[in-house]
Design a binder for this molecule. Structure first.
Ligand SMILES: Cc1cc2nc3c(=O)[nH]c(=O)nc-3n(C[C@H](O)[C@H](O)[C@H](O)COP(=O)(O)OP(=O)(O)OC[C@H]3O[C@@H](n4cnc5c(N)ncnc54)[C@H](O)[C@@H]3O)c2cc1C
Length: 416
């Protein structure tokens, strides 16, 4: 009998278990991660060198901490390589939904933090001069499925109350402004797009230049005392750190448990480069307000990416089995949505996709292990939330905690 295909949730899952096919990103030169010759000591050990670990390493090294960044495979080639990298501040759960779960003040705070995170990420990239095809973009949040014109109007009203700028577009304004036939939309400034692999490798390189040690190693054992964390690597070496940050993406060690976390499956395609005159106005990032949604962006080399149609399962065999059908459905969706696009597909890929029930990330100390922190920026705002995680964890390690940090705690109650 054939063995069961691996489950994305397993802590042993490799990059190959988490994503299939290839996205159109530059396979930028990854800085060298050296095999350790001896056991190491540091202020902070970061496990995982995707976009999350790289952001944390850059920030902590800028704060003057002695950092070790560890990855057991090629850095930035995990889920980060599959990301469509829409750097959005709008959260997968609408402000209306999040208000229903946590009340207006807390929901509005999450939205404002997310907006500030995208702004902060943009400033960081520009300040460091990272070549990662960063482009500021507006977003177009479209009525779709169960989310019709009245739901869009309610969302817009609540965003205004929260001080979040945007424009409500009714059917006519949407059609005249964007040539899109949907009952309504919200157009908002303040988001961006990037090449996630170039961004992640660039950040790791900056951290390395500041003295962070980039280490090739498989973190297998995690032990903690009042004074330190001890990480046992598969090769027998040990890392002793004052603090540890887990940035292992969609695979978590078994002592990290969250009632809100689930891993699902997602698919995406990218076209061949289009004639730029065939692309939509301002190349806004487009996404649908329905629960199961589609999204579109363009790339620096004029491709169109369309993704979505997520399914609740994480099983890789099932994901692969569905790939041809899902990719064909995305292509058909593109042709209906934007008939001017040339439909030849150059890249098709799929992957595991970590989500939480409330659309918010898991950031903060691992319960019962105060020197261990988790940085899991899940959902369609994964990268935005990873930036937020880097700042929150930097502050927490420095002893600078804030009451709102609890909004993202790993052991926060399940909503409702
Ligand atoms: C198809 C798709 C589309 C997406 N679109 C968007 C989007 O438009 N916008 C957005 O913001 N987000 C998006 N996301 C989400 C975003 O890509 C992720 O949140 C982000 O890439 C996760 O990065 P990470 O660094 O946390 O994880 P990863 O990139 O998976 O990195 C984790 C690293 O940890 C290493 N690791 C794991 N365990 C160990 C261990 N024990 N020892 C050593 N190393 C270990 C792995 O080897 C890996 O390199 C998308 C995701 C997918 C799959």
């Amino acid at each position: 009998m054939a063995p069961d295909p691996p489950q994305a949730e397993s802590a042993r899952s490799t990059h190959d278990d988490l994503r299939e096919g290839r996205a159109p990103w530059t396979h930028a030169c990854v800085p060298r991660f050296g095999v350790p010759r001896e056991s190491l000591r540091c202020d902070v050990a970061i496990v995982g060198a995707g976009i999350t670990g790289s952001l944390v390493a850059e920030h902590l090294s800028a704060r003057g901490m002695d950092v070790v960044l560890i990855d057991r495979e090629q850095a930035s080639h995990g889920s980060t390589a599959a990301s469509t990298a829409m750097l959005q501040w709008e959260i997968d759960r609408s402000l209306v939904e999040l208000t229903g779960l946590y009340g207006f003040e807390r929901a509005a705070r999450a939205y404002r933090l997310s907006l500030a995170a995208v702004g902060g990420l943009g400033e960081l990239i520009c300040g460091l001069g990272l070549a990662c095809a960063l482009q500021p973009r507006s977003t177009l949040y479209l009525a779709a499925g169960e989310a019709g014109a009245s739901e869009i109007a309610r969302e817009f009203a609540l965003r205004r109350r929260a001080g979040l700028a945007g424009h409500h577009l009714d059917f006519d304004r949407l059609r005249h402004g964007f040539e899109i036939d949907r009952p309504a939309a919200i157009l908002s400034a303040g988001s961006a797009e990037a090449d996630p692999m170039a961004l992640s490798t660039g950040l790791a390189e900056v951290a390395g230049r500041r003295g962070a040690r980039l280490v090739a190693g498989d973190a297998r054992d995690f032990d903690h005392t009042d004074r330190a964390v001890h990480i046992g690597l598969a090769d027998g070496h040990e890392i002793e750190a004052k603090h540890m940050v887990l940035a292992t993406g969609y695979v978590m060690p078994d002592f990290v448990v969250s009632a809100l976390h689930k891993v699902t499956s997602t698919w995406a395609i990218a076209t061949r480069p289009q004639d730029p005159s065939r692309l939509w106005r301002d190349r806004v990032l487009i996404w649908e307000a329905s629960k199961v949604y589609h999204y579109l962006r363009t790339t620096a080399d004029d491709r169109i990416i369309i993704g979505g149609g997520d399914e609740a399962y994480s099983d890789q065999g099932q994901r692969l089995g569905e790939a041809a059908r899902k990719h064909a459905a995305l292509r058909a969706m593109l042709q209906t949505f934007w008939p001017r696009a040339r439909g030849d597909i150059a890249f098709a890929w799929s992957g595991a996709f970590g989500q939480t029930e409330d659309g918010l990330p898991l950031i903060g100390p691992v319960p019962g292990r105060r020197r261990m922190f988790a940085a899991y920026g899940y959902g369609g705002n994964g990268i935005t939330f990873s930036f937020l995680a880097s700042r929150m964890i930097g502050a927490m390690i420095a002893g600078d905690t804030a009451p709102w940090h609890a909004d993202f705690a790993l052991d926060r109650d399940k909503p409702g």
